[in-house]
Design a binder for this molecule. Structure first.
Ligand SMILES: Cc1cc2nc3c(=O)[nH]c(=O)nc-3n(C[C@H](O)[C@H](O)[C@H](O)COP(=O)(O)OP(=O)(O)OC[C@H]3O[C@@H](n4cnc5c(N)ncnc54)[C@H](O)[C@@H]3O)c2cc1C
Ligand code: FES
Length: 266
């Protein structure tokens, strides 16, 4: 199976959905990616660009989607794709989120991509909350989609107050945690936010899983560019459990690596 998932498949873009001003979802058919679990990612290829890791953000039968936020050359090219154009995909790669009920899901910006799939898969378990956080409404994806996750309490948070709670994701989480008891926190987004949630999970003795982002080249444990401590994000993550993060506490939320592999501060 590993050989199959690592083979590049050329797929046709079937639909493009604008999730907010700065993010679009690209829908296409791929049997192997449609078997992905929430938290796994694809390596996405466009001619003349480096391959990019992209979380699977939707799965419905054999149709899947990735959601892209332009930050550089490759992501801008993906953002400007049109229906009918071709891209290359490999995967699914990486370890997924566990599927535990009674969860607090907290995501910032593009970090919400894998978390929406997670919430949809958890929807029948009840007593869960999802926090969708962004700078402002125009940078907050999945607003309408989130409202349809019926078994979840849905909380929007924006720094400028343009929708939902005005403030930071962690502040909203703190106020929710005062009144509600959860078993696990799931998070993806800016690593400084995830580190704060990790510290909180230790204080409150909750389980914790975070999806980390590092510069990736191969996507399956060969090149070493995605190292954090003794772990490789592509092979051992991108979802890290609490005990793993406790082993890389001196890096998690503090240091990352640039494209040449050099360790740099966040
Ligand atoms: C597991 C995982 C899942 C991801 N899921 C998504 C997603 O769902 N949607 C989304 O928009 N983005 C996602 N990303 C980030 C995305 O892969 C990078 O933004 C993208 O590769 C940047 O390519 P570029 O050519 O546009 O940027 P560049 O011009 O190469 O660089 C711009 C910035 O992106 C960082 N970056 C560049 N290449 C990579 C790379 N291969 N891996 C990680 N960081 C990189 C650089 O450090 C730099 O800060 C994910 C990353 C990882 C590791
Ligand atoms: S991306 Fe090459 S080892 Fe992780």
């Amino acid at each position: 199976l590993h050989k199959d998932i690592s083979k590049l498949r050329i797929v046709r873009v079937e639909e493009i959905v604008e999730e907010c001003k700065t993010m679009k979802s690209i829908f296409f058919k791929d049997e192997l990616l449609s078997k992905a679990e929430a938290g796994q990612f694809a390596m996405v290829w466009l001619p003349n660009y480096n391959e990019m890791p992209m979380s699977i953000s939707y799965i419905s039968n054999s149709t899947v989607a990735i959601t892209v936020k332009p930050v550089g050359r490759g992501t801008n090219a993906l953002f400007n794709l049109r229906k009918g154009e071709l891209i290359g995909v490999r995967g699914p790669y990486g370890n997924p989120f566990s599927l535990k009920s009674n969860s607090l899901i907290i995501g910032g910006g593009i970090g919400l991509a894998p978390l929406m799939l997670l919430a949809e898969r958890l929807r029948k378990t009840g007593n869960s909350t999802i926090i969708l956080a962004g700078k402002g409404k125009e940078e907050l994806p999945f607003i309408e989609r989130a409202k349809k996750i019926k078994d979840f309490e849905v909380v929007f948070v924006t720094e400028d107050g343009s929708i939902g709670f005005k403030g930071l994701a962690v502040e909203a989480a703190l106020s929710i945690l005062k009144n509600k008891r959860f078993g696990i926190i799931y998070t993806c987004g800016p690593e400084i936010m995830m580190r704060k949630m990790y510290n909180l999970s230790k204080e409150l003795n909750l389980e914790f899983e975070a999806s980390l982002e590092r510069y990736m080249k191969c996507g399956f444990g060969i090149c070493g560019s995605c190292a954090i401590g003794k772990y490789l994000v592509c092979r051992d993550g991108p979802v890290f459990k609490k005990f793993m993060l406790s082993e890389v506490e001196n890096e998690f939320g503090i240091f990352t690596r640039d494209s040449s592999g050099k360790i740099v501060r966040f």
